[in-house]
Ligand binder design. Structure first.
Ligand SMILES: Cc1cc2nc3c(=O)[nH]c(=O)nc-3n(C[C@H](O)[C@H](O)[C@H](O)COP(=O)(O)OP(=O)(O)OC[C@H]3O[C@@H](n4cnc5c(N)ncnc54)[C@H](O)[C@@H]3O)c2cc1C
Length: 388
């Protein structure tokens, strides 16, 4: 059967990304993993080849590709055994600037982001005392008489902080006001970390996978008036917009991980012989892989549906959340089936399974915990009473 236009386009993207990824084999990632070091060279090549700037419109030097295309890029990176978590945030953080930033901000930053000269990888939302309750954040930005801002506060889990030139920061600028929605009063700022002049200190948090994530302390940080993105008080809405994109793209990464695990598990199970027969002929080995395959492919369909709605400018909160929920569970299911199929060898570093196993587990917890996805579906889609 002839390929559709979409299939042809996807296949071209996959081939290009796979070609680049093949130059960064398991050995490369294993070594970084041991040192908890950042994949600088991989990210540089992704930028140089235009994959990281794919979503930036052509007028700003980007690829002008769609959300669906971006999803295929990230999916394929993970499918090839690499880890898009090192740089995925640039794709959705940039969207906040693109959708809500001023013309000046777009002119000033987007071309540099597209070329890789400016790294916008850090996203400062989560705080230690607020956790999943973003509206409870306490980082405060106070406007001065000359229009500039002074920021004080603390963030946690700010990933890629040390590998970023800019950070998109969410801070409270106004206290809740009667008559305004509950989410009002938070604002987004584009912080140029190169000009932070000692007002920001960060400390890396070592985690079970290599993720370059940090706690960040902000003291008396002076920002120009132009650092504000969009309208004051509207930041939470802007971040939510970006969060739909984030959930869809993370779901795509999980689909990529899931396919990597299933292909690896099925190949091994078709070769390894124990008791004089291939282990894959045992249903105890075969069925978990087959079941995980079905789950990954179903999650991919939901991811595609969410991308479609996102691109059409339609509400896609439910679909984006469902895609992230289903895909993160499916990749975790695939990870376990693959590990089980490999027996003891699954635990050996050289097979890369234990590394990918740790990496894919994150997505059930971040960027939003699956419990909170279920709460969203229960309350906003099924109209049941709120749990918080
Ligand atoms: C490696 C890593 C990288 C990250 N990168 C970033 C980043 O770059 N930028 C950023 O801003 N954040 C980042 N995060 C933060 C991430 O988004 C949060 O960890 C996540 O939102 C959950 O917040 P929390 O960890 O404080 O958990 P909590 O909010 O404390 O929740 C703890 C547990 O309680 C459950 N829970 C809480 N309330 C409810 C409820 N009402 N109903 C049911 N269950 C509930 C949660 O589901 C969870 O299981 C990162 C986190 C990690 C681990």
């Amino acid at each position: 059967m002839a390929m559709t236009e979409t299939q042809e386009r996807e296949s071209m993207i996959r081939e290009g990304v796979a070609e680049l990824c093949k130059q960064f084999p398991g050995e490369y990632w294993r070594e970084l993993d041991r040192e908890q070091a950042y994949p600088t060279e991989f990210v540089r090549r992704l930028s140089e080849d235009g994959w990281l700037g794919a979503l930036i419109p052509e007028q700003y030097g980007g690829g002008g590709l769609s959300e669906s295309d971006a999803a295929i890029i990230l999916e394929e990176i993970n499918h090839q055994g690499c880890n898009a978590g090192a740089c995925h945030a640039q794709m959705y953080i940039m969207g906040t600037v693109l959708r809500h930033g001023s013309d000046e901000q777009k002119q000033q930053y987007l071309p540099g982001i597209a070329s890789g000269d400016i790294r916008l990888q850090a996203f400062g939302v989560t705080e230690p005392d607020a956790g999943s309750n973003t509206l409870a954040i306490r980082t405060r930005a106070v406007q001065q008489d000359d229009g500039s801002w002074v920021v004080d506060g603390q963030k946690i889990w700010t990933s890629r902080f040390f590998h970023s030139d800019m950070m998109l920061l969410l801070a409270r600028t106004s206290e809740p006001v009667e008559g305004k929605p509950k989410w009002w009063g938070l604002s987004t700022f584009l912080v140029d970390l190169r000009e932070a002049d000692g007002a920001i200190e960060a400390k890396e948090i070592r985690t079970m996978m290599n993720h370059a994530t940090c706690e960040v302390f902000i003291k008396n940080l002076k920002l120009p008036a132009e650092a504000l993105v969009g309208e004051e008080g509207m930041g939470f809405r802007y971040i939510l917009d970006g969060m739909n994109a984030e959930r869809i793209l993370i779901a795509a990464e999980c689909v990529g991980d899931g396919r990597w695990f299933i292909e690896k598990g099925a190949a091994y199970a078709s070769e390894r012989e124990v008791f004089g027969k291939k282990i894959g002929s045992n249903q105890g080995v075969q069925f978990p892989l087959a079941r995980a395959h079905a789950a990954v492919e179903a999650a991919d369909l939901m991811r595609r549906r969410a991308s479609e709605l996102f691109e059409a400018g339609e509400p896609c909160g439910a679909e984006g959340n469902m895609a992230k929920l289903l895909a993160s569970e499916a990749s975790w299911q695939a990870a376990n089936a693959c590990l089980d199929a490999h027996g003891g060898f699954g635990f050996a570093e050289e097979y890369d399974i234990e590394r990918k196993f740790r990496e894919t587990r994150l997505y059930m917890t971040a960027p939003i915990n699956n419990n909170l996805v279920l709460a969203f579906l229960g309350q906003h889609v099924l109209k049941m009473p709120r749990s918080y």
